[in-house]
Write a protein that binds this ligand. Structure first.
Ligand code: PLP
Length: 434
């Protein structure tokens, strides 16, 4: 295809004139992997079609929300019905209550929650509640975890535990991140040192329990146990950012996965997004009643939103959660994810390509390393050129994995064993050339 006949390229050229980088969220621009981003014309089930009419097996699913695949009939019907009843009211609705009840039933560590429109908003608001409730300012986050683009969270590690973070984005004043301490994921010793130094000033520790923003790296059980113990000991709140893992890795989200091995395990607050909105702008943050009652109009912590709990978004979220609540849903999703991972592993091993995989429920990651990495620094030692070759080879063969090596992948209920077999066959061809 020449540039003149490539509708993706034509659209990208047009887009770049009116939208910075041609995209409304940076990773879509293919900057990490090079080449022309695919402009999606439509999607159905496990596939989407680009502007040239090329079909792709979709393993990003809008970066997680599309757990049922695209255009699930029950969800489409619920959204259509909701649309006819009005787009937005700015007054409360029964559906918001129903969705809150459905989420709380699945994630019982929360007594109450509030609905918002994006994961960024939810994480930012959870931190505000944590600070308001504890009367403390400082917080811990981990390198490689992403919690949205709120100023205080766009931060990388300073030069030591005594120095707090440095902004990772222009436009974030250093004073705004001066309360954010960035630590290495899965490093217990550093965690203990940080609490020894700053424990009594910490409002919260925010963590992606299974980090999906450095590919797929889980917090080890000893590390998670220590996070819980130290937060309790020092009176800091343990905040789980489950925007990606929430109802994606299990019905009860990642916290239920940890509770299997750590009896009674619970975070103090949880941040959700993606799946709970089924592809519509919807997210939530919640926790124990005493914490959530700090929020306005009951308490002194202010937070609000014109489109929060939007009636169309809540209809979409409710219909999605109803499907995921059916018996065996996560078992089947998990079986297919494992099938894909074991297929890729076998194909890589057969060609002598160092490879490792991990997955939970419908979320997965694979690495061009023989062993699973434990932190961001290790993930970032991936051979970029090799990853890009793999990515573009798959794309040419009609398989769309995340266009960056530090992103997780997502299975949906709509993917078939035939899709998985075709993916593995395509990968096998590429592994021969790596
Ligand atoms: N937290 C996590 C773990 C995420 O993966 C993301 C987005 O990918 C966010 C927060 C921010 O969510 P949003 O993009 O909806 O603002």
């Amino acid at each position: 295809m020449t540039a003149a006949t490539d509708s993706n390229q034509t659209l990208f050229d047009r887009a770049r004139k009116v939208i910075p980088g041609g995209v409304n969220s940076p990773v879509r621009a293919f900057k990490a992997v090079g080449g022309t981003p695919r402009f999606v014309a439509r999607a159905h089930g496990a596939y989407f079609w680009d502007a040239n009419g090329q079909r792709y097996v979709d393993y990003i699913g809008s970066w997680g929300p599309m757990i049922l695949g695209h255009g699930h009939p029950a969800v489409v019907e619920a959204v259509q019905r909701a649309l006819l009843e009005g787009f937005s009211y700015g007054a409360p609705t029964e559906r918001e209550v129903e969705l809150a009840e459905a989420i709380l039933q699945r994630v019982p560590s929360m007594d109450m929650l509030r609905l918002v429109s994006s994961g960024t908003e939810a994480a930012m608001s959870a931190i505000r509640v944590a600070r308001g409730a504890t009367g403390r300012s400082k917080l811990i986050k981990f390198e490689g975890c992403y919690h949205g683009h709120a100023d205080a969270l766009l931060v990388k590690a300073g030069s030591g535990l005594a120095t707090f973070g440095n902004p990772t984005s222009a436009g974030v004043p250093p004073e705004v991140v001066q309360h954010t301490l960035v630590l290495e994921y899965n490093n217990i010793e550093q965690l203990e040192d940080a609490f020894k130094l700053h424990g009594r000033e910490l409002a919260c520790l925010m963590i992606e329990p299974i980090a999906g923003n450095m590919n797929f790296v889980r917090a080890s059980l000893p590390f998670m146990r220590r996070c819980r113990e130290l937060c309790s000991q020092y009176g800091a709140l343990l905040v789980f950012d489950e925007v990606m893992t929430g109802m994606r890795v299990a019905l009860g989200s990642a916290q239920s996965v940890y509770a299997r091995d750590i009896p009674g395990f619970e975070p103090d607050m949880t941040v959700l997004g993606k799946v709970i909105g089924g592809g519509m702008p919807l997210a939530a943050f919640g926790g124990k009643r005493a914490l959530m009652e700090q929020l306005a109009p009951l308490g002194p912590v202010y937070q609000a939103g014109t489109l929060s709990g939007n009636p169309v978004a809540t209809a979409c979220g409710l219909a999605t959660l109803k499907e995921t609540g059916k018996p065996g849903f996560y078992e089947e999703l998990s079986r297919k994810t494992k099938l894909l991972m074991s297929g890729l592993q076998t194909a890589a091993t057969a060609e002598g390509v160092p490879f490792s995989t991990d997955s939970e429920g419908g979320m997965f990651g694979f690495f061009l390393f023989p062993e699973l990495p434990q932190n961001y620094a290790k993930v970032m030692t991936t051979d970029n050129a090799r990853f890009n070759k793999f990515f573009h080879g798959m794309l040419e063969r009609g398989v769309y994995f995340a266009p960056a090596l530090y992103e997780a992948g997502f299975m949906s209920a709509a993917h078939t064993e035939a899709d998985i077999a075709a993916t593995v066959a395509a990968a096998s061809e590429i592994f021969q050339t790596l």
